[in-house]
Design a protein. Structure first.
Length: 279
């Protein structure tokens, strides 16, 4: 392990935001993994006689209006939220970063066209994109991923472009160009590695926004469909029961808040630890 890694690990362990964020995110991820092999109850098991039960030793977070165990549904819903957010961030970064790098390397007309294209995509939020997509196709997880992923593209493109433009005038880039390296080779060898910490931090932020977007789309019926549990749909189903069974809304809401808080703290910690200033 080199000195740089040792220094970063020491900074990470000393950073309160990073430690708290990593702990929360790790617990949520672990809960999602455990749900693949075990949940307290089957998420599709209805028990009408036991509906709307408050938290108890039998059902730690209570039951919903169909008698389903809320803890089990939150556990399974966590893997759905994580999967949607992760894939949508991968789509946004996988398309947006190359576009931003291409625009910064090409300049002039190409850069202008790419940025105006990004502005066009940016004008349509994830929810509106999902409405348009589901006007043609059925609502579902795949369409939610596509809608959120499309919204992430201009975000990553702008970040990558701004970072690359600040790097191109640097001495090491000019030296690489002087020895005959082309734009593509310079981008891969020098630009992208130096902006990686910034992209990691931005990815963490977009991950948390993806969790919120997935919950919002599921809440309005455009995200994951039954029988797959979703935190957003759990909130939708709880809104008419809030006066008689507040736990139905409380625990899915807390799951969203805690997950987003953990990811934001992790992002803040990563920003401090990685110190994304270009080397």
């Amino acid at each position: 392990m080199n000195a740089a890694w040792q220094e970063n690990i020491g900074k990470a362990l000393a950073n309160r935001s990073f430690v708290i964020g990593l702990t929360i995110t790790g617990v949520i991820a672990l809960m999602a993994l455990i749900s693949f092999i075990w949940t307290p109850y089957a998420v599709g098991a209805f028990d009408i006689a036991g509906k709307l039960k408050p938290p108890s030793s039998a059902h730690w977070l209570g039951t919903d209006h169909f008698g389903r165990d809320i803890l089990s549904m939150i556990m399974v819903g966590s893997r759905n939220s994580i999967a949607v957010a992760f894939v949508s961030v991968a789509i946004g970064a996988g398309i947006g970063v190359p576009l931003g790098l291409w625009g910064a390397a090409s300049g002039s007309v190409v850069d202008e066209v790419l940025m105006r294209f990004n502005d066009l995509i940016f004008a349509f939020p994830a929810l509106l994109s999902a409405v348009m997509i589901t006007a043609v196709f059925d609502p579902g997880t795949i369409n939610a991923i596509i809608a959120i992923g499309i919204f992430n593209i201009p975000v990553f493109a702008r970040v990558a472009r701004a970072a690359a433009l600040s790097l191109w005038p640097r001495e090491f880039v000019i030296a690489a160009s002087a020895i005959g390296k082309g734009s593509a080779r310079i981008t891969l060898d020098h630009i992208l590695p130096n902006m990686a910490p910034l992209l990691i931090v931005q990815g963490t932020i977009q991950f948390s926004l993806g969790i919120l977007a997935e919950a919002g789309l599921s809440y309005v019926g455009l995200g994951s469909q039954p029988p797959m549990p979703s935190w957003g749909r759990m909130l939708f189903e709880a809104q008419t029961m809030i006066s008689i069974a507040p736990h139905m809304a409380l625990f899915p809401g807390l799951a969203i808040v805690i997950t987003v808080l953990g990811l934001n703290l992790l992002g803040d910690g990563l920003r401090d630890v990685l110190d994304p200033k270009f080397q």
